[in-house]
Design a protein around this ligand. Structure first.
Ligand SMILES: [Zn+2]
Length: 251
């Protein structure tokens, strides 16, 4: 997606417009590793790495990707959703159509979220996702308000540590992506979280020795988990990390 100046200005305004403020107080710093869309390798390759470090992740799945291959990536199958859930990971919503929310009318946006809920129910039974991630990280005050009424948290893609007054309608998250990855950046974020407390969220896509620009290598994932472990920071699914913090929703 190419952004116009107007898009950039709108995004900057949206980011600062807190929709669902909550104070984040963690007795212990916490982290979440998240995968968007999700490419099958996030589970087939990423799953064993997560297991080795005793980490549980959040997989933000879009129904439209189920069972398909696109742009050189194989996406998850129905059975992968069941396996991910059975292994104690969280399944979050990433919209059904992976749509550009800011360019979608409210009724169509909500209908698409309904469609993803129905898709999950069809596979997982009595299940309703608690966590949402904006496709493309694209949010507006309108879509933040719509999504945050349905989900306990909505995750964006602005890097930083969630601490103090935090917008649960657009949680900060740092990329774990081959196109921008550096060990030093990951280590600095973990050190900042360990020292100052708060909630550090990473996001990625595929996990492969030859990843897409938006994915990571097994080494990058392993490095993030090892750095967190060395700092004594647990990697929990988003909904469990939320529960681990002390929140008081603002009126
Ligand atoms: Zn996505």
């Amino acid at each position: 997606m190419s952004w116009t100046l107007a898009d950039r200005v709108a995004a900057a305004v949206t980011r600062r417009l807190t929709i669902k403020p909550a104070p984040v107080r963690f007795e212990h710093p916490v982290a979440s590793v998240t995968f968007d869309d999700f490419p099958r390798s996030a589970w087939s390759v990423g799953g064993p790495i997560l297991a080795r470090w005793g980490a549980r992740a959040t997989y933000y799945a879009s129904g439209r990707f189920c069972g398909i291959s696109e742009d050189g990536l194989d996406y998850y199958e129905r059975d992968d959703l069941l396996a991910v859930a059975a292994a104690g990971h969280e399944i979050g919503c990433h919209s059904f159509g992976h749509l550009h929310g800011t360019k979608t009318a409210s009724d169509a946006f909500l209908a698409d979220l309904d469609a993803n809920d129905a898709f999950f129910r069809d596979i997982l039974g009595d299940f309703r996702p608690a966590s949402f991630a904006f496709p493309y990280g694209e949010a507006s005050p309108r879509t933040k308000a719509l999504a945050s009424r349905r989900y306990a948290t909505c995750r964006g893609i602005y890097p930083g540590v969630n601490r103090g007054w935090t917008d649960l309608a657009q949680l900060k998250a740092a990329p774990l992506e081959a196109r921008s990855w550096s060990a030093a950046t990951v280590e600095a974020l973990v050190a900042e979280t360990a020292a100052g407390g708060g909630w550090l969220i990473f996001f990625s896509h595929d996990v492969s020795d030859d990843p897409s620009p938006y994915g990571c290598t097994p080494v990058m994932l392993e490095h993030a988990l090892a750095t967190l472990a060395a700092a004594g920071i647990a990697a929990l699914p988003v909904k469990h990390a939320l529960a681990a913090g002390t929140f008081r929703e603002a009126a």
